[in-house]
Design a protein around this ligand. Structure first.
Ligand SMILES: NC(=O)c1ccc[n+]([C@@H]2O[C@H](COP(=O)([O-])OP(=O)(O)OC[C@H]3O[C@@H](n4cnc5c(N)ncnc54)[C@H](O)[C@@H]3O)[C@@H](O)[C@H]2O)c1
Length: 275
């Protein structure tokens, strides 16, 4: 059981993209783990958004049945008008917006030579245009709420080339890191902190096809120094740290949460004895 911090988010309102998978009876994503903890730690309300409307509505319903103030809204993060509608609805319902967590993303496991250009552009658009539009939509409402925090979910892939697949994905995630630094500089004067998390392999709907394939799953587990896949709650701990006042002196930073993968390789050991 993860440690909870009582009342850490008293009165705060959070908006999350790509967060339909918040239902406890189904496999949860980063958004799901984050939302439940945020509300258990005093959060006043959440707006979960995604393009999977059925899943999102079921999740919001379950949150309301648990006594929390939660709404689901459709938000394709590449659509500027939809961002405006969601932020307007958030302000109308709660009168404030304190936290934005950008989670939406897609991955096509193809190489540079194989991938369709339309899919390459879509991957870039969701990762990079999505957080650009979101940052613009929330900045003034957050400033009017007394400041806030934006957390962008990139990936450990953001700082690595892709040897075989996921080239568009890793490129787009690298773009998220760079954008977050500019946003941190430009929004600091508005009282808004912008930070990035770089998760490793975590079992969520995004990676379920890998996790449930014994060969694919073991291939990854063997490369994690801590010896296991991450859980959504592991990453939620980082998201909520960056969203909280505990991170009040952090902006433009990157939090690597990958079980040690990016530190180097541990398995298989080099037969000659070193790495
Ligand atoms: N799970 C991992 O191992 C892992 C590791 C590193 C980074 N990430 C990143 O973290 C993010 C969260 O994924 P997750 O693991 O919680 O899985 P998830 O599948 O629950 O979340 C991703 C969500 O993005 C949504 N989405 C796709 N296109 C969208 C669009 N145009 N507009 C709005 N939403 C859209 C999907 O419907 C999905 O619900 C993804 O961006 C992923 O790239 C995941």
């Amino acid at each position: 059981m993860s440690r909870r911090f009582a009342n850490r988010f008293d009165g705060k309102v959070a908006l999350l993209t790509g967060s339909a998978a918040t239902n406890k009876d189904e496999l949860m994503g980063f958004g799901g783990a984050t939302v439940w903890r945020f509300l258990e730690e005093g959060g006043r309300g959440v707006v979960i958004t995604d393009v999977q409307d059925d899943v999102g509505e079921r999740s919001a319903q379950q949150l309301r049945e648990a006594g929390y103030d939660a709404i689901y809204m459709h938000l394709d993060v590449t659509k500027e008008d939809e961002w405006q509608q969601v932020v307007d609805a958030t302000m109308a319902r709660f009168g404030r917006l304190d936290i934005l967590v950008n989670i939406a993303g897609i991955l096509d496991p193809k190489s540079i030579l194989e991938i369709e250009p339309t899919v390459w552009k879509k991957t870039m658009e969701i990762s990079t245009v999505g957080i650009f539009l979101g940052t613009r939509a929330v900045a003034v409402p957050m400033e009017n709420s007394g400041g806030g925090a934006i957390i962008n979910l990139a990936s450990m892939a953001a700082k690595q080339g892709s040897g075989s697949y996921g080239s568009a994905y890793s490129f787009s995630r690298g773009g998220m890191l760079n954008f977050s630094m500019s946003a941190a500089l430009q929004l600091a004067g508005m009282g808004i902190r912008v930070n990035t998390i770089m998760p490793g392999w975590v079992h969520t709907p995004f990676t379920d096809y890998l996790y449930t394939d014994p060969e694919q799953s073991k291939f990854r587990t063997d490369r994690v120094p801590l010896g296991r896949w991450g859980k959504p709650d592991d990453i939620a701990a980082g998201i909520l740290f960056l969203a909280s006042d505990d991170a009040s002196y952090m902006t433009g930073a990157e939090l690597l949460m990958d079980g040690g993968v990016s530190a180097g390789s541990v398995r298989p050991a080099n037969p000659k004895g070193d790495n």
